[in-house]
Design a protein around this ligand. Structure first.
Ligand code: PGA
Length: 260
């Protein structure tokens, strides 16, 4: 794992964008795994700038997003499809038929913590097959939750899991409630790539910023590999980059590559 510590969020975003842009220029049909949340916003802004000013071409890039809330239609302003359009896809020359965000709406379905409607399972299998159809994900962008989750793989998730339904934990719902009017509006369930799906990506770039992520980053980079910190699995990935700012790195004991 290469841990790169930058002095501020903007440099984290620029470092990640330079890495990705290099990969897109070398392989124009790159299969790119994307994440939502506040952390990758700076990266997306920089990619948009590179598209506008440096001719970074997304016309053949294929994307797969990590997750989507169940119960929100794509036009809902808190759906992850909407987020991706508003913060990246609408501003670059990507072909929307190359874009994949898990589906959140399934018509009439039954779902509770013990039973998942087969319609959803079928979709999850389709998503996995679709990733394989494109030869797998070349590079996956990740954030990290304050509880160590990656995508919606909450603590306790199976380390070999594939795309499936997950029940969101209380902490994740509280973290995400800032985007909803009321706590009750935050969806209970999501479809998410599994930890196994993420680990199959040829390269992974995990980003984190701010002191609020320092404990999760330390558990992920220096803690034991455990399902209680899904991000700790990155320790055994063959090519992963953890790019973080100084506050997010503040609880790391070891010294890592630092650029100012
Ligand atoms: P954030 O979310 O980027 O909004 O902090 C990260 C995550 O929960 O994976």
């Amino acid at each position: 794992m290469l841990v790169i510590v930058r002095d501020e969020y903007e440099s984290v975003s620029k470092t990640a964008a330079q890495l990705l842009a290099g990969k897109i220029r070398r392989k124009p049909n790159l299969v790119l795994g994307l994440a939502t949340g506040s952390t990758p916003l700076g990266l997306y802004k920089e990619l948009i700038r590179m598209h506008e000013e440096d001719d970074l071409d997304f016309s053949n890039v294929v994307t797969f997003n990590l997750d989507e809330y169940i119960g929100l239609p794509p036009e809902h302003d808190q759906s992850y499809y909407y987020f991706m359009k508003a913060n990246l896809f609408d501003h670059i020359n990507i072909n929307l038929s190359n874009v994949h965000v898990p589906k959140g709406m399934f018509g009439e379905i039954e779902i509770n913590d013990l039973y998942v409607d087969p319609k959803i399972d079928e979709f999850c299998q389709w998503y996995e097959n679709r990733i394989s159809h494109f030869g797998g994900i070349d590079v996956q962008v990740l954030g990290i939750g304050s509880n160590g989750h990656i995508a919606f793989n909450e603590p306790g998730s199976s380390l070999g899991s594939r795309t499936r339904v997950k029940t969101l934990t209380k902490l994740t719902k509280v973290d995400n409630s800032r985007f909803f009017e009321k706590m009750e509006d935050v969806p209970r369930y999501a479809i998410t790539m599994g930890i196994g799906t993420i680990m199959d990506a040829k390269e992974i770039i995990m980003l984190a910023s701010g002191e609020g992520k320092a404990d999760a980053v330390s558990a992920s980079v220096e803690g034991p590999i455990t399902a209680m910190c899904p991000a700790s699995m990155l320790q055994i990935h063959r090519k992963s980059f953890t790019i973080i700012d100084t506050p997010a790195a503040s609880k790391l004991a070891a010294e890592f590559v630092t650029y100012s």
